[in-house]
Design a protein around this ligand. Sequence first.
Ligand code: NDP
Length: 290
Amino acid sequence: TDTPVTVIGLGLMGQALAGAFLKAGHPTTVWNRTTSKADAVVAGGARLAPTVGDALEAGSLTIICVTDYQAVRELFGASDVGLDGTTLVNLTSGDSAQARETARWAEQRGARYLDGAIMAVPPAIGTAEAVILHSGSEADFEAHKSTLGALGTVTYLGADHGLASLYDVAGLAMMWSVLNAWLQGTALLGTAGVDAATYAPFAQRIAAGVAEWLPGYARQIDSGSFPAEVSALETDARAMAHLIEESEAVGVNAELPKLIKAMADRSIAAGHGGEQYPVLIEEFGKPSGD
Ligand code: NDP
């Protein structure tokens, strides 16, 4: 807890990160373009550095959390900002290509670089509920794991710097798919006077049950073999048609089921109707509309 840390970027998230380090007892140096945003963390014991360069020199570890990667490059691109010998942990949201590119750029300038993604809102930072993903050198992660642990549940994903961003968006895809499916069902049942609270526990059991299938289905995907052990894709496609018809008949939105059925239809047209649902990975694994 006596490891000095630096936090650059004091927006909503950066202030929460600095606050969690302070709470864990780390001497914390901060910097923000708009100085006034440092007031709260300075009142909490942080030191405000006069320049980015000064902030970098203060900590053995520098956390960056600004709007986007362009802001990161603007901040550290200035010729008077020395990165040699620093360790940067970039928790700014971005895509995998930006993460890999920024890693190369920082490493060429002599920095150690870990990328990261925050899967939490600012109030959760500093609790186990805040999931923070890291990718880059495992040795660098291990060296700072306990310090980073002040921020939440930290997870190391692998040496490829792009992994944190990819897991981040994969998690969002999962989250929205579950929520959207639930909203579709809630709208359908709403037409029969069933309220959302009545349907929610039923939906929860289905979502949890389906989640149990993932490891087995993953084995089919990884082996590239999709025998229809419980159901063939064309059986699912008929149920999809039924969902679309029912949605239209009771006057609720059918766009989402139509989208899913269009993918299944393409897969069936390609000869996969007799195989099991995860064969759709072939549709998901190529560019849209191909
Ligand atoms: P805010 O808009 O509150 O803060 C943005 C920060 O970026 C400010 O410190 C701002 O400085 C700084 N900044 C932007 N452009 C520049 C620049 N060109 N040069 C220097 N500083 C710059 O955003 P958040 O704190 O909410 O988000 C920060 C990052 O965290 C984002 O990538 C976001 O996606 C991610 N994140 C946020 C979550 C949330 O719930 N808030 C959840 C998960 C991830 P200034 O104060 O001077 O404008």
